[in-house]
Design a protein around this ligand. Structure first.
Ligand code: NAP
Length: 241
């Protein structure tokens, strides 16, 4: 029997990047994966996580089909243009918060009653290294991911009595459309110098950490905000000492 045989897993932002890699990783372990993404694709149903009504309707469909949810992976996310704080439009803050933060609130609240039916409920939120060490000219994104980290701890405490574990991963630079959209040869070289492990990561490497935190192997872990960043947040690797 596969490790997560029969598990019901909901993944948001599932049509691309880290979310898509999560779908593959959970399916490989035998899970039934419900994939949601903004516009919908052949493999993911259309669910805008910032729309609480749409999220509740989608959760109701999961209830009708499966009766419960074992794992929720909150991968949907956006990043807005690089600008110093004084130039950031309030709409950009609104967009980062409505998807990156309220998206997690909406899906977590909608799935909570279904997860209460599971004996191993687990939520994994995808925050960012920017939740821990801010990126230049990314105040709105960094603040939203900081909120995801705090929300992870808060929901872990609130739902521990039901046995629902809530953790987050903080990816470093990962080769997805989101990150590669802003990648230049100069940025690639600078990131590789800055990361102690010396490279950009693959979505599948993020998915491995997410699957671990979601699985019963992590049964004692809740409220953790785990960097998966090749050491970026551990410190500066390149001082000439
Ligand atoms: P990605 O390839 O752009 O995937 C993000 C997915 O989320 C896309 O399919 C996107 O759909 C979807 N999405 C956007 N808004 C949504 C909404 N309102 N409702 C539902 N789905 C929505 O990016 P990724 O790099 O895999 O990002 C996944 C998560 O990792 C994000 O939360 C991101 O902040 C985080 N992260 C990424 C990195 C990195 O280096 N890649 C680093 C740290 C953290 P559309 O394409 O249609 O917009």
């Amino acid at each position: 029997m596969k490790e997560l045989e029969g598990f019901v897993v909901v993944v948001t932002g599932a049509a691309s990047g880290i979310g898509e890699a999560c779908v593959t990783a959970f399916e490989d372990r035998g899970a039934n994966v419900v994939a949601w993404d903004l516009t919908g694709t052949a493999s993911a149903g259309p669910v805008d996580v910032s729309d609480s009504v749409a999220v509740r309707a989608a959760a109701e469909q999961v209830r009708e089909k499966f009766g419960r949810v074992d794992v929720l992976v909150n991968c949907a996310g956006v990043i807005t243009a690089n600008l110093p704080l004084q130039e950031v439009n309030p709409d950009d803050f609104q967009r980062n918060f409505s998807v990156n933060v309220m998206g997690v609130v909406n899906t977590s609240q909608a799935v909570y009653p279904l997860m209460s039916q599971s004996s191993h409920g687990a939520i994994v939120n995808v925050a960012s290294q920017a939740a821990l060490v801010c990126l230049p000219s990314q105040s709105a994104y960094s603040a939203s991911k900081g909120a995801v980290a705090a929300l992870t701890r808060a929901s872990a405490i609130d739902w521990a009595a039901e046995g629902i574990r809530v953790n987050a991963v903080c990816p470093g630079f990962t080769a997805t459309p989101m990150a590669m959209g802003q990648m230049t040869p100069e940025l690639d070289a600078a990131v590789s110098r800055r990361v102690p492990l010396g490279r950009i990561f693959q979505p599948s490497e993020m998915a491995e950490a997410i699957v671990f935190l979601a699985s019963p192997r992590a049964s004692a872990i809740t409220g953790v905000v785990l960097p998966v960043d090749g050491g970026w947040t551990a410190g500066e690797p390149a001082l000439p000492m």
